[in-house]
Ligand binder design. Structure first.
Ligand code: 4NP
Length: 172
């Protein structure tokens, strides 16, 4: 028996944590977009979705106002409060999806053991349309930087969701 499968016949939930540096731009946007995609496919009960940052300096803050505005224009409401990544996150989540190599390095150093490092995945690897190898930090960029992040995330998150629940499946 798979110990992660619930005993009551319900399918195990996919537990996904999105990680960037400050947890105020890229990862809360990923969380909000993914939540929206999962909801639109009627899969909300099959997922646990959250986000965190490898740097805790913005803990407690809402996402950056520029990211909230850009996301809102596409119909996403971002309400997450920034928090720092912890070693417990590696016990509570199955997939830790990071935005760039720096996030990968910093998250690896937070992982409690070597096996946990295997849970870290690069967001850009789920892309099906775009060829970027990372999701670029928009913090010091203009409005186009935020639009680019949203374009890339929409592509990658669609790829991630389809890799977990092939399109057309209910997930059960
Ligand atoms: P994020 O962007 O990692 O996508 O949330 C940043 C947010 C804050 C900072 C850098 C990047 N900062 O230096 O405070």
């Amino acid at each position: 028996m798979n110990p992660t499968e619930p005993q009551n016949g319900a399918a195990a939930k996919h537990k996904i944590l999105f990680v960037c540096l400050g947890n105020i731009c890229r990862s809360p946007a990923a969380e909000g977009i993914f939540r929206d995609m999962v909801e639109k496919r009627g899969l909300s009960d099959s997922f646990v979705i959250d986000s965190a940052g490898t740097y805790g300096g913005h803990a407690g803050e809402l996402p950056d106002s520029r990211m909230r505005a850009a996301a809102s224009r596409r119909g996403y409401r971002l309400t997450h409060r920034s928090r720092k990544l912890t070693d417990d996150d590696f016990r509570n989540f199955d997939i830790i999806a990071v935005m760039d190599d720096s996030n990968y390095e910093r998250a690896s150093r937070t992982a409690p053991d070597v096996e946990s490092i295997g849970k870290i995945h690069r967001m850009a690897d789920f892309a099906t349309k775009h060829v970027w190898d990372h999701i670029p930090d928009p913090y010091y960029e203009g409005a186009e930087g935020f639009e680019l992040v949203l374009d890339l995330l929409e592509d990658c998150l669609d790829g991630l969701l389809n890799s977990l629940v092939p399109n057309g499946s209910t997930g059960n």
